[in-house]
Each structure stands twice: as C-alpha cells, then as structure tokens.
Ligand binder design. Structure first.
Ligand code: GTP
Ligand code: MG
Length: 354
C-alpha cells in the first residue's frame, strides 16, 4: 500500500491529481478543506502496489509462461486479481463518503437521499457550498433541457406532426398517448392514432377504448410498411400519435424493429417515456440501447408514485435530451404537465410521493 497526500485548489483538481499520480484504482482515505489566506484541499489517497503494477496486460509475459505449465493456475490468478479489483472498487465507494468534510457530507447525503447517483452527487457538491447553491446548480444543468420545450407544442411548422412514443414495458405510453390526443383536440387539432402494439393481449382493446372515448380514428398496424402507409393515409390530420409495444430495451430485435421505422425516411418525432417508479439502474442501463435510436425527447411518467425523483436528474444527465413533459397520475385527460427547469428541480429535490 502506497499512501500519498495531495494538495490542490479544489476537490475536483485533487481527485484528478490522485488519478494522475496513483492511477484509477487509487482509494481516497480522507479529504479536508484547509482554510486560511489561500485555502486549499488536502486529499490523502492510497494505492495497493500489487494492483498498481499488476494490470492483466503487465502480467501477460508471466502469464504465458505459467500458461504452458498450468492453465488452472492462470485462471486462479485471474480470479484473484478480479476479486482484488472488486474489493478495491467497493472500498473506494465506502471510504469516500464518511471522509468528506462535514458540510460536503451533508450535501452528499442530501442528494443521495433523493437517489441521485454518487458520480453526479460528487460533481454537484464539488461546485456548491450549500443546498441553495446545489439547487441552483441542478436548475442550471436542466435549463437547456427544458427551455422552450413547451412553446413548440404540437406544431413546429410542419404540415403534419407525427409523434411516436417508445419506452420499456408499462412506462405509460398508451395512457400518455390518450392524454396527448385529448390535449391536441383541446387545442383545436385533428388527431389520428396508430397502434403498433399487436404483441400484447388486450393492448388493441385498451387503445381502441381511448380512441372511441376521445372520438378519433385509430389504425392498428403490424409492420413497418403498414405503418408508413397509415401515416400517409392520415392526409387530413394535424397530429398523428403512434403507440408502440413496450419491451425490454435489452432485446436486440425490439431495438432493430424500431430502427427500421426511421430507415423508411418518414419524419417521426420520438419521445422516450421513462417511468420514475421503475428501477433507476435499469433505466440508466437502458440508455445504451435506446441511445441507438434518434430520440428527440424524454418524458418522465408516474412522478406521483415515485418516492425519490433523483432519477430524473440522473437520466437527464445521461440522456441529454429535452424533457417533453412529466405525467403524474392515471387520469385521462389530465395528469400531464410541461415542466420548466424550476419545476423539475423542485420535483427532483422533493421527498415523499405526491
Ligand atoms: N400513477 C400513475 N400511473 C400511470 C401513469 N401513467 C400511466 N400509468 C398507469 O401505468 C399502467 C401502464 O400504463 P400503460 O399506458 O398501459 O403503459 P404502456 O407503456 O402502454 O405499457 P405497455 O404497452 O405494456 O408497454 C396503467 O395502469 C396506467 O394507468 C402516471 O403518470 N401515474
Ligand atoms: Mg401500451
């Protein structure tokens, strides 16, 4: 174990020096703010020498020699290295938090209490001195993702606006389609619905009931070619809303099926619906799949059900897409809101469900 004290102007700078001098596996043992005429941060960090020098690549010549003697030994070595790495990794997480100076620790816990991911919480507390500065920071981060979204509304200069809702199973697509359709009608628009959900039992019935209730036409399509035809057939509609089947984003056929739609060249605005009551890690993980698609907006559903809404900040930071709206209840019409940065920040920092 090699231990080193590093001084820098800011915590962030100290962390990057630690990384530079001791490598990515270094563990932060403590961090202190030193006050005075020229204040600085002192960070004590450590690295296990074995880990530092023993990346798998560095082991390669030795490994190949051992390999000829015994493959089992190599496998054992690899396993040991892996578990060593894992324990350093978990040490990094557990050691970091308790060693923070008191004010930073409180802010870190404040953010963690709202389910904001460690990596984002660390970034936020680095820049803020108290919770009101934290709030301002979150507001700023979300500003460009919310500004001007509402004014675009249903028409953005195009003759016919085609909006497709995608998202994991049960994220609220069909319900939100009905909310959007009602709203567009209230704005005096002619609306048409298309459902691509021929997959799930009862799905067709669900959207048919909404279409009848709102009094608008519905087309049910089973493949991309019929989808394109249906969009074209809606010649007199101002807004066409497309409902899709919710599936596990890890399913490659699902993602490539959606990709086919864009390859037809029909102009479709895509809104990705993410439920705030879903598992945060699952939604973060889904990014690598959904990001393969040209997503125009994200929208957060079921904010009425979620106890912690830090996931909104995590997902905004990750997806970096404008936020179309949030939904906060099952009622149709209603329970859909356009949010500016202030509203979204308050939601993220709220505790307890609505
Ligand atoms: N509490 C709450 N429930 C909602 C909200 N939006 C939708 N739901 C409910 O969530 C459930 C699933 O909604 P759907 O609209 O069927 O979800 P979906 O994304 O179309 O589901 P799949 O088509 O199966 O992928 C229903 O019971 C809805 O009433 C919301 O904002 N808040
Ligand atoms: Mg549905």
């Amino acid at each position: 174990m090699r231990i080193k004290k590093i001084q820098a102007k800011s915590f962030r700078q100290a962390l990057s020096l630690v990384k530079k001098e001791l490598g990515p596996d270094a563990v932060i043992l403590s961090s202190e703010d030193r006050k005075g005429s020229s204040p600085y941060v002192e960070v004590t960090a450590a690295i296990d020498e074995k880990i530092e020098t023993a990346s798998l690549e560095n082991y390669a010549p030795a490994v190949s020699k051992i390999q000829s003697e015994s493959n089992n030994e190599v496998a054992e070595l690899r396993n040991e290295m892996k578990s060593l790495r894992e324990s350093i990794e978990s040490m990094k997480n557990s050691v970091y938090e308790p060693q923070l100076p008191e004010a930073r620790k409180n802010m870190f816990n404040f953010l963690k209490g709202r389910a904001i991911k460690d990596e984002y919480a660390i970034r936020l507390i680095e820049k803020a001195r108290d919770t009101s500065e934290l709030k301002a920071q979150i507001y700023n981060d979300l500003y460009s993702l919310t500004a001007g979204v509402k004014s675009e509304g249903f028409m953005d200069g195009r003759d016919k606006k085609v909006i497709m809702l995608i998202g994991p199973t049960g994220s609220g697509k069909t319900t939100t389609i009905a909310k959007l359709a009602s709203q567009a009608i209230r704005e005096g628009k002619k609306v048409g619905l298309i459902s691509m959900d021929t997959f799930k039992i009862g799905a067709t019935e669900q959207i048919r009931i909404y279409a009848r209730m709102i009094g608008i036409p519905l087309a049910i399509v089973g493949d991309t070619a019929s989808l394109v035809k249906s969009i074209q057939n809606y010649t007199d509609r101002d807004v066409v809303l497309i409902d899709t089947t919710g599936q596990n984003p890890g399913n490659d056929d699902y993602i490539s099926g959606l990709k086919n739609i864009y390859e037809t060249g029909v102009p479709v605005e895509t809104q990705l619906l993410l439920s705030t009551s879903s598992d945060n890690d699952f939604l973060m993980e889904s990014h690598k799949h959904y990001n393969l698609l040209p997503i125009n907006y994200v929208a957060f559903t079921k904010t009425d059900e979620a106890v912690k809404l830090g996931s909104i900040y995590n997902l905004c930071s990750l997806y970096q897409r404008p936020v179309a709206y949030i939904t906060n209840g099952q009622r149709v019409p209603g329970n859909i809101e356009y949010v500016d940065s202030n509203k979204l920040t308050n939601l993220i920092l709220r505790t307890g469900s609505a």
